[in-house]
Design a protein around this ligand. Structure first.
Ligand SMILES: NC(=O)c1ccc[n+]([C@@H]2O[C@H](COP(=O)([O-])OP(=O)(O)OC[C@H]3O[C@@H](n4cnc5c(N)ncnc54)[C@H](OP(=O)(O)O)[C@@H]3O)[C@@H](O)[C@H]2O)c1
Length: 355
């Protein structure tokens, strides 16, 4: 923490992740919430904190007036819409405003052709930096890169996320996975690839952080079926249809899969074929020595009080906080697209500084 003036921050949209980023922006003495963008017309004019389900209003009203938000000359936008808008992001960056985002962006490699170059040019023109993270993809790859720091030699890095995602069943970013589609549905695997291509960007980001060149990035998709009907709020899944997903994005060098981002997401534990989950993240480095890093996450509250919403909230916290905690480094970074390779490792604020 520094004693200098707080960095002035605009929160862009007020959905699931924003509920956690906004709470942190408001709590931190080194950050000041100066504006909030609303995508939904019905949210315009409402207090940002109340939109993010905080109990107390913060006095910042949500607006859809982009010019007015840029006229505030914020230091940084925390950009968390459901999907990124390259034109909108370019406009923010050209105005000289730094951006941290969880929205399907890490290096820009998974965007439409030319979009990465457009964003990098806009950022350099504005003298601003663009940084993307999240938990996975994002912080998980930083953990993988850090784990290799113990090694004399690294042969492969595999990262597993294995989670029961039924508490996220209704989330919009689950739409593209095709939960409940018939098994062997033609085109299903390609639709999953299209909706999850940001994990390919995670492979690119890990490669950038390790300083290695990849020949290509590939992917593997496998499905499991529900053994009985699943009555999930917002996303019922019928017996015999897709309720488990194994998704791997791999970085290839000389024909070898050297980087492997493996996601296993299940809506039930009763699947055929079985897909056991370990509820967390594991990094496995094969090298000298072999390194295994397990990331366990426990709620900051008694287990007996834990609700489904609390579980969902933990997922959103670990998605949003990597970008909030990076703000001061991104503001200080060189202009252009930056990754964990370009900034100091972001750390969380000490609790005693938040009083
Ligand atoms: N890397 C990771 O670990 C990770 C994990 C989870 C999520 N994410 C990503 O983080 C981003 C935010 O996720 P979320 O769960 O917070 O999303 P969300 O709640 O579903 O949507 C966020 C906000 O986006 C706006 N919005 C809704 N529909 C939109 C559309 N069609 N186009 C553009 N904006 C739209 C709304 O803004 P208003 O509130 O202003 O109306 C909404 O509240 C997504 O891109 C998601 O993929 C990353």
């Amino acid at each position: 923490m520094t004693s200098s003036a707080p960095l002035r921050v605009v929160q862009w949209t007020t959905g699931n992740v924003a509920r956690k980023t906004l709470r942190s922006i408001i709590a931190r003495p080194d950050l000041e919430l100066v504006g909030c963008y609303a995508w939904s017309p019905a949210k315009v004019g409402q207090d940002a904190a109340l939109l993010c389900r905080l109990e107390e209003p913060c006095g910042v009203l949500a607006t859809d007036d982009v010019d007015a938000l840029l006229a505030l000359t914020p230091d940084c936008v925390v950009y968390t819409p459901l999907h990124p808008d390259v034109d909108e992001l370019s406009r923010i960056l050209r105005a000289g405003v730094n951006v941290v985002t969880t929205a399907e962006f890490l290096t820009g490699h998974s965007l439409a052709p030319g979009a990465r170059e457009t964003l990098d040019a806009a950022a350099r023109t504005g003298g601003a930096s663009l940084f993307g993270s999240g938990m996975n993809p994002g912080f998980a790859q930083l953990l993988g890169a850090v784990a290799t720091g113990l090694c004399q030699e690294v042969r492969t890095i595999t990262m597993h996320e294995s989670v029961d995602v039924s508490s996220f069943a209704a989330d919009s970013n689950m739409d593209g996975m095709g939960w409940g589609r018939p098994m062997d549905d033609p085109g299903h695997a390609d639709d999953v690839r299209a909706a999850s291509v940001v994990f390919a960007d995670g492979v690119h980001m890990l490669a950038a952080t390790l300083g290695i060149e990849l020949d290509s990035v590939g992917s593997h998709v496998a499905f499991s079926a529900a053994k009985k009907d699943l009555d999930l709020p917002g996303r019922p899944i019928a017996e015999g249809t897709m309720a488990g997903l194994d998704l791997r994005y791999v970085g290839i060098v000389d024909g070898r899969e050297v980087l492997d981002l493996h996601q296993r997401w299940v809506m039930s534990h009763d699947l055929e074929p079985a897909m056991p989950v370990e509820h967390g993240y594991k990094v496995e480095v094969q090298g000298s020595p072999n390194v295994t890093l397990t990331l366990g996450l426990m709620p900051d509250q008694p287990l007996e009080t834990l609700t489904v919403e609390d579980m969902h909230g933990i997922g959103m916290t670990i998605t949003g906080l990597p970008v909030v905690n990076a703000i001061r480094h991104v503001v200080a970074a060189r202009p252009g697209i930056v990754t964990y390779a370009d900034i100091p490792i972001p750390t969380g604020p000490a609790a005693w500084t938040l009083d």
